[in-house]
Design a protein around this ligand. Structure first.
Ligand code: TXA
Ligand code: MG
Length: 322
């Protein structure tokens, strides 16, 4: 594969932010060692400055450039799942700019499993701070075109990396405390993590580091979104239409007879791959209401439930919170 990395590397070295494909979602990436470059990301996203960013690295060999007191469990997880959709929260080195970590004493590290991201990271040589490339609170991008739609000319360099294979954000595991804890579920599930390091806690504890993906209203379309069981979907769609509301349905496997909308694959991996593109597509159809079918309540759907719940909580709110 021949990759045109020159313009992206030039932009990064000038302290600018670029659109970066990863296997989870597209990131808005800048040089993690330069505070002014990192501040540019926050300005572009409209994100509060106390929300920490993930530092993307070329491999496990870079862990000690950013983190201190790295527990064996962190190295074991990196060995098992990097490159891949797993972010490790570790105690940070003093040299990591506070702009990256939101002033916390921990840093999030991830090695993305995407050929373009890996090639760029290797050529760049340092770490790239990159949140998802969307305006704060809005739906994450899984295509280069989504990034262009979010930022336009404000982010002139967006590397083309095709559709993100995973489609929702990485699993975040906090290894900075006494007990490992999953702060954000992802498609790399708890079982696979526990198979490597033993029991982990899940959910955010009172003293956990902050993770913005854990805010209630997140990943949200602009149209109000309601989550419903399959059995209620068709009736609700009909009732809303009778009330004169334009509805769009997001179904599993197949749309209910006569309902307008989209059907996504009825497998967790297939559904995750399509979810954010589907939310963007439905959001563009000028409906008054999105009705999403509730997926099965099994562990393999956990991360998808998490994103749907937050989408429903934030939907219809102004996409730019204060
Ligand atoms: O898959 C992903 O993780 C994507 C791609 C681009 O890598 N990135 C992503 O970034 O989702 P963002 O900023 O949208 O979400 C990163 C999450 C946030 O919830 C943030 O609070 C959390 O990681 N995070 C980052 N550093 C942290 C830290 N030191 N402690 C706790 N949470 C942290
Ligand atoms: Mg995000």
């Amino acid at each position: 594969m021949s990759l045109e990395l020159g313009p992206a590397l030039d932009a990064l070295r000038r302290g600018e932010a670029i659109g970066l494909p990863t296997e989870t979602v597209y990131g808005l990436a800048a040089d993690a060692s330069r505070p002014e470059a990192v501040r540019r990301i926050f300005a572009l996203k409209g994100r509060p400055a106390d929300h920490p960013l993930i530092v993307h690295v070329a491999g496990a060999g870079a862990i000690d450039d950013w983190a201190l007191d790295v527990p064996p469990a962190a190295r074991a997880l990196a060995a098992a799942f990097w490159p891949g959709p797993l972010t490790l929260i570790l105690r940070k080195r003093p040299s990591v700019p506070p702009e990256v970590t939101g002033g916390q004493d921990t840093v999030g590290l991830r090695c993305p499993d995407h050929p373009v991201a890996l090639a760029l990271l290797r050529a760049f040589g340092g770490g790239l701070a990159a949140p998802s490339a969307n305006r704060f609170g809005h739906v994450s991008p899984t295509r280069a075109a989504h990034v262009r739609a979010e930022f336009g000319d404000a982010v002139p360099v967006v590397l083309e990396g095709g559709e993100c294979a995973v489609g929702i954000e990485s699993t975040i595991v906090d290894l900075s405390g006494a007990t490992p804890r999953i702060l954000r579920p992802g498609m790399l599930g708890r079982e696979r993590i526990e198979a490597i390091i033993g029991p982990v806690q899940a959910g955010v504890a009172g003293d956990s580091p902050r993770a913005s993906g854990t805010l209630d209203a997140h990943y949200a379309p602009r149209t109000p979104l309601l989550l419903l069981p399959r059995t209620a979907l068709a009736d609700e769609a009909t009732q809303q239409q009778v009330l004169g509301k334009a509805v769009q349905v997001l179904a599993l496997g197949q749309l209910p007879e006569g309902a307008p909308g989209l059907a996504l694959p009825a497998t967790p991996a297939g559904y995750a791959h399509e979810l954010y593109a589907a939310l963007r597509e439905l959001d563009g159809r000028a409906a008054n209401l999105l009705l999403a079918e509730r997926p099965p309540e099994t562990d393999d759907w956990l991360a998808i439930h998490d994103r749907l719940r937050r989408s429903a909580a934030g939907a219809g709110l102004d996409a730019e919170p204060t």
